[in-house]
Design a protein around this ligand. Sequence first.
Ligand code: NAD
Length: 509
Amino acid sequence: MHTFTHGDAPSRIWHDRADALLVDGRLDGRALIDGQRVAAASGETLACHSPVDGRLLTHVARGAAADVDAAVRSARRAFDAGSWARQAPADRKRVLQRFADLMLQNKDELALLETLDMGKPIQYSLSVDVALAARCINWYGEAIDKVYDEIAPTPHTALALIQREPVGVVGAIVPWNYPMLMAAWKLGPALACGNSVVLKPSEKSPLSALRLAELALQAGLPEGVFNVVPGLGHEAGEALALHMDVDALGFTGSTRVGRKMLEYAGRSNLKRVFNELGGKSAFVVFDDVDSIERAADTVAGALFFNQGESCNAPSRLLVHASIADEVVARIVAQAPHYQPADPLDPATVMGALVDEGQLRTVLGYIAAGHAEGAQCVSGGVQARVDSGGYYVQPTVFDGVRNDMRIAQEEIFGPVLSVIRFKDEAEAVRLANDSAYGLQASVWTQHLDRAHRVARALKVGTVHVNQYDEDDITVPFGGVKQSGNGRDKSLHALDKYTDMKTTWIRINGA
Ligand code: NAD
């Protein structure tokens, strides 16, 4: 096994914490069903290795149909008992806020689990993943006792109440790139509305979800309301998506698996499916941009963040031909800043890819870029080979055509494809020439152009002259093959509630 080489003092602190967390097999990889930590019914486990250095972290329950069924039955029992679903919203609020507080009190441990499990830099696990996941849970708790139902403007001989009811049992299947945050985007609104949840984390990053469920119990969430069944996608995931007693499915993941979710619903009980899928977002820089430097720095920062493993990474840079050389030179000059380094060092900005498979996928796309005739002007190779982990240099391809694979397919790694355009019409055509429609960014000083292009782009979110703004108050999601649901904001409540109308006759009115 590879041993850590402890660097300077701040990184040593996190290495020591990691060693303490892992000592004597302390990490419990069992499922959490009906308020109890339990092994898979089969007794089988999956080895959980860290992409930071390849070390074995623990063994995690290999959940399958029997475990999913036990979790769904527990969730249904809890829902029918009403111990959560029929609590006053103000009481649910207090529990969710305690849950969020406990997440923050345990932020170092949660951040460490995230970094060890999927390789992102510890500073971002703390400042982004834990902080935003806790804010999400807190925000939905805070919101839920301020949401009112409706009375329709009917004739006065009757009263029509339009009320939201929790759907019942929600299945949540989430990916590995922001394991805790994607789980929180489902849990916050689903729990706030009174549902029970069965969460299936990615087999590549199950650890933080299991710890979250323990903290939720500690906060006072009744047993059975939040269950976690780790396991493989085609085993635990498929069983959850096919289950006849799951009412709604919140899925975040690839477009390939999102398609299956719709099939599973069709083959089972027509459960409603909300898909949050992949992206190939265009970052469009016009020649009237106010600051080439800021545009270049922003695209580099957003694309290389999280090792490029973000659904909304601006992985296609569309830039006006007259300023393209300058923009590309500025991005390439940033490359040293984004060199991968030890994820447990608080100064690191680029960490490890999630596993060897993802490393092979990214290197395969880099090879495809070369083969299709694009010019690699920065990076393009594996990094930190002796670490035992999986790292790739920040990579920039210039001279990309929009029909190349590196322009059309989601790479999910630190690879930027630069495409030049001549005018606004071509920019819009290229931006929309994608199966995906998650996000886009437009850089221009012209107000008319900003609005015109923002309207013309077929995406869920457009950023103008920035890419970083994000808040729990705004919806997140895409169109086309990027999916249909919206996480975050009060709009997410629609996914986890059924709308019921009650007509009441008023005699003598
Ligand atoms: P993935 O689709 O491979 O896996 C996602 C989840 O689905 C995992 O828990 C996995 O175990 C499960 N799964 C896999 N096969 C399954 C099957 N046959 N039946 C049931 N469940 C199955 O995605 P990933 O590689 O974990 O995550 C990366 C993808 O997630 C990217 O495409 C990214 O763009 C997308 N993503 C989207 C958003 C968004 O909000 N739109 C956010 C984050 C990530």
